[in-house]
Unconditional design. Structure first.
Length: 338
């Protein structure tokens, strides 16, 4: 395969069918090999070490919005009520409100730094990692940040599974993540061989909500990663997935690192939330401790909700002072009257 055709393969994202369509269109179909021949030649060259530079789709820059509550799905209604409070109305996309309000930052807690090191280690050696912890502790954010810091983020592939998937369903989503697509053989044995062959490439497979996998699906993963020449790392994440893995000892024994993302300790909360969003910088330390004791409980997702509600509470007030009365109103939206 010439360098020009190899470069064209990279331009189409490694899609052999699209490559053949372009070759046919350029040469009228004369002399263009079949798709199976192209697959065989490409597989041979890649095994021989020929690098394929796949072009990534350009990122579309999203313009910054002047309204700090735009991303919350809220909008100011003309006019003010008693006491100057601002009325807010719902928009259609309110159901998709992100909890991280504008201005929020990823906080480099000890847990985030630990996840970063664990993911980098697993990616380097092609290992299996279990990332676990209670819901809302910040596992997903820490994992996303760690993946973004890898030297080759384009090699990260996400595996999306439903609840209690069968082995054939898991085989199919793995094939999609590994970009096998329609090239996956119909027979289960041949398909597994193709998957094992794809796992020889240096990649990072991320399977979130791994606790959804039943025993047979976990056994299937164990069989794939039994091959010593597999160079693909597997990150299993989710609340309770450590218990699911413990029911499959053969797979649990292959886990290189069991990474727990704990809740914030009482001593970490004040510094963490101040780094998370500037709204908390001027809140008294006693009030932050009171919030954590009654509502927050060191859970990052809960603190993100509190930040969202506090942003809406003081929006439009030029000299808003966050006192205990405002914080009580914010808390009541999460847990009812105190």
């Amino acid at each position: 395969m010439s360098d020009e055709v190899w470069a064209l393969l990279g331009e189409v994202g490694g899609n052999v069918a699209e490559l053949r369509r372009r070759l046919v269109a350029a040469g009228g179909g004369a002399g263009v090999p079949s798709a199976s021949t192209l697959h065989r030649v490409i597989r041979r060259d890649r095994r021989a070490g020929r690098a394929l530079l796949v072009e990534r789709e350009p990122e579309v820059a999203v313009p910054r919005r002047s309204d700090p509550l735009c991303e919350l799905g809220l909008n100011v209604v003309a006019g003010q009520g008693v006491g100057g409070q601002v009325f807010l109305r719902e928009q259609k996309h309110l159901a998709q409100v992100p909890l991280l309000v504008p201005g929020a930052q990823v906080v480099h807690t000890s847990a985030v730094r630990s996840v970063l090191g664990t993911v980098a280690h697993a990616a380097a050696v092609g290992a299996v990692v279990c990332l676990y912890g209670d819901a809302g502790q910040g596992k997903t954010v820490a994992l996303q940040y760690a993946l973004s810091q890898l030297p080759h983020p384009a090699r990260v592939r996400r595996v999306h599974v439903g609840v209690l998937p069968t082995v054939p369903e898991l085989r199919r989503v793995l094939a999609d993540a590994l970009e096998l697509g329609r090239r996956l053989p119909r027979g289960a044995g041949e398909a597994d061989v193709a998957l094992v062959d794809a796992l020889r490439q240096p990649r990072v497979l991320v399977l979130d909500e791994a606790q959804r996998l039943p025993g047979p699906a976990l056994e299937f993963l164990r069989g794939l990663w039994d091959h010593t020449d597999a160079d693909t790392a597997l990150v299993l994440a989710g609340a309770g997935n450590e218990r699911a893995l413990s029911r499959v000892p053969a797979l649990a024994s292959r886990v290189l690192t069991w990474e727990l993302v704990p809740r914030l300790s009482s001593g970490e909360v004040a510094a963490a939330v101040a780094a998370f969003h500037p709204l908390w910088e001027d809140v008294a330390a006693d009030d932050v401790a009171w919030l954590d004791e009654h509502v927050g409980h060191g859970n990052f997702r809960t603190w993100a909700k509190l930040t969202s509600h506090l942003t809406a509470e003081i929006y439009g007030k030029s000299r808003a002072v966050v006192d205990r009365r405002i914080l009580e109103r914010v808390c009541s939206r999460l847990m009812g009257p105190l």
